[in-house]
Design a protein around this ligand. Structure first.
Ligand SMILES: *[C@@H]1O[C@H](CO)[C@@H](O)[C@H](O)[C@H]1NC(C)=O
Ligand SMILES: *[C@@H]1O[C@H](CO)[C@@H](O)[C@H](O)[C@H]1NC(C)=O
Ligand SMILES: *[C@@H]1O[C@H](CO)[C@@H](O)[C@H](O)[C@H]1NC(C)=O
Ligand SMILES: *[C@@H]1O[C@H](CO)[C@@H](O)[C@H](O)[C@H]1NC(C)=O
Ligand SMILES: *[C@@H]1O[C@H](CO)[C@@H](O)[C@H](O)[C@H]1NC(C)=O
Ligand SMILES: *[C@@H]1O[C@H](CO)[C@@H](O)[C@H](O)[C@H]1NC(C)=O
Ligand SMILES: *[C@@H]1O[C@H](CO)[C@@H](O)[C@H](O)[C@H]1NC(C)=O
Ligand SMILES: *[C@@H]1O[C@H](CO)[C@@H](O)[C@H](O)[C@H]1NC(C)=O
Ligand SMILES: *[C@@H]1O[C@H](CO)[C@@H](O)[C@H](O)[C@H]1NC(C)=O
Ligand SMILES: *[C@@H]1O[C@H](CO)[C@@H](O)[C@H](O)[C@H]1NC(C)=O
Ligand SMILES: *[C@@H]1O[C@H](CO)[C@@H](O)[C@H](O)[C@H]1NC(C)=O
Length: 400
């Protein structure tokens, strides 16, 4: 009996040691090493006008699969992501159909049977409201929204694995809205805040508003996003908490808008962001401003398809969910303080990347948890030695 209990005790201790070892190991060098081969191309529009309406195609080839990222700069800016189970799938564009914008089929990924999953994010509108009472609760004081499909978008400019496109609102001289797409061949982190962790299965979109003249004296902005998914809509926003803010100071949450099969926990695709925007292009901590989002709501597919060329061309009967991301809370400076706002998100397939603890926090944890452990151990050793000595002195006593 006693021996069995002792055996169990040792078993538990061995298990604990192994468990701690494995978790530390995975925390420290558990970096994912999955790599993809990336090629970036602009598919030229042979029929002009519209001028400069090239379709950006990033092909991310894995061992047995390919991710196709497509980004088009006319109409509402849209990023389309198609995952295929073949490393030789291709993108075909029928420009006549594509530009007619009245039927689907202008853009196809072939072979069609290789498509595992697809999703798209449309930047549909920019809302502005006059927050007179500084509550950041927009009631009905909205200015007419900027329809991003009506912006005049410049040519896509490419630089390595990033593409940049800027647009200006109709009838405004100053100010622009820009989108920067970064594709990645492996896991890593951007240099600039919010330093989201990305993998080879995701790409990052940064969107910023620069110099657009506010229409109110206390203007705040909201960005409306629409998400389309081939099989299962992006129906819910999950939140993940972390005690670690080393990469994004003062932010302890990460949101992920996910598509899952019948509400199961297996995620097919996602849009992920941290609830923070920045009021300067090279921000310091004071330039961070919190953001909030509304619950995803079903949208009218026809309306989105009419505004986004890519959605129209690729999806025949899109099921669409939309939400608003609003920038700034009550008491935060208004947009006019810097006339700049930037926000970043990640779009990808499969499970969203999970931040493990940063080296700094790990060190702190090791020191904080390790020191008492060492003290306890040392204490144990001293008690043991003391007892042993006492026992041995006691052992001599009867002789005396
Ligand atoms: C965009 O590209 C087209 C040709 O591809 C060129 O004619 C046009 O001038 C460019 N526009 C800008 C603003 O650079
Ligand atoms: C790729 O596919 C082949 C055949 O379908 C399979 O044997 C192999 O394990 C797959 N490799 C990976 C990395 O999935
Ligand atoms: C492109 O679409 C048009 C209109 O549907 C069709 O007439 C034409 O044959 C197609 N072109 C190709 C190369 O498939
Ligand atoms: C789509 O538009 C083109 C030209 O704008 C027109 O010729 C064609 O008939 C339209 N097709 C459909 C199905 O409405
Ligand atoms: C702002 O506050 C005033 C006074 O409390 C109120 O009358 C007004 O309706 C508020 N305005 C908005 C937009 O909430
Ligand atoms: C637009 O910008 C130019 C130069 O940056 C400036 O001179 C002009 O006053 C601005 N226009 C408005 C309406 O603020
Ligand atoms: C990326 O996708 C590939 C293929 O689906 C998978 O094997 C790999 O584990 C994924 N990597 C990450 C970091 O999710
Ligand atoms: C903004 O403030 C100026 C001066 O304080 C005022 O003349 C103007 O009417 C205000 N505009 C709005 C939209 O409230
Ligand atoms: C999901 O639900 C639909 C209908 O509710 C059902 O037809 C389908 O088999 C379900 N899929 C899975 C993977 O459970
Ligand atoms: C975003 O907010 C505006 C203004 O409240 C509202 O009209 C619109 O329906 C919202 N969009 C979504 C997708 O919730
Ligand atoms: C922004 O607008 C508010 C309210 O009108 C005003 O008090 C503040 O001085 C403005 N800030 C800047 C930098 O113009």
């Amino acid at each position: 009996m006693a021996a069995a209990a002792k055996g169990r005790g040792v078993g538990v201790r061995v298990f604990l040691v192994v468990f701690v070892f494995i978790s530390c190991q995975s925390l420290i060098d558990g970096r994912n090493t999955y790599k993809r081969k990336l090629t970036v191309q602009l598919i030229h529009n042979p029929t002009s006008p519209p001028f400069g309406s090239d379709l950006l195609h990033v092909r991310a080839e894995g061992v047995n699969d390919t991710l196709h990222y497509l980004f088009y700069n006319q109409g509402a800016p849209t990023l389309l992501l198609v995952h295929t189970d073949s490393s030789s799938s291709t993108v075909k564009v029928n420009w006549t159909q594509f530009l007619d914008r009245n039927t689907s089929g202008g853009l196809t990924v072939e072979p069609q049977s290789s498509i595992l999953y697809s999703s798209a994010v449309v930047f549909s509108r920019l809302w502005e409201y006059d927050d007179v009472n500084d509550t950041a609760e927009a009631s009905d004081d909205f200015f007419p929204p900027y329809e991003l499909q009506d912006f005049s978008w410049a040519n896509v400019s490419l630089s390595g694995l990033t593409a940049l496109v800027c647009g200006t609102a109709p009838n405004t001289m100053n100010g622009s809205l820009c989108l920067k797409l970064s594709a990645f061949d492996s896991e890593g982190r951007d240099e600039s805040w919010p330093r989201l962790l990305h993998s080879a299965n995701s790409s990052q979109l940064e969107v910023w508003l620069n110099g657009l003249l506010p229409r109110g004296n206390h203007s705040r902005f909201m960005l409306e996003l629409q998400a389309v998914s081939g099989a299962y809509p992006l129906s819910r926003v999950d939140v993940r908490q972390s005690i670690d803010d080393e990469y994004t100071p003062s932010i302890f949450k990460i949101f992920q808008w996910v598509s899952s099969m019948n509400g199961s926990s297996d995620v097919l695709g996602f849009v992920q962001w941290k609830p923070v925007a920045y009021r300067k292009s090279h921000p310091v901590l004071e330039d961070a401003t919190p953001c909030r989002h509304s619950d995803p709501r079903p949208q009218r597919g026809e309306e989105t398809a009419a505004s986004s060329v890519l959605i129209r061309a690729f999806y025949s009967d899109p099921e669409i969910m939309g939400l608003n991301v609003s920038f700034g809370l009550a008491g935060e400076p208004f947009y006019n303080s810097t006339m700049f706002l930037s926000w970043t998100m990640l779009v990808g397939v499969g499970s969203p990347p999970v931040d493990s603890f940063s080296p700094l926090v790990l060190t702190i944890m090791v020191v904080c948890l390790g020191t008492p452990l060492i003290l306890l151990l040392l204490g144990g050793v001293f008690v043991f030695l003391y007892k042993k000595r006492k026992a041995s002195t006691l052992g001599y006593e009867p002789v005396n």
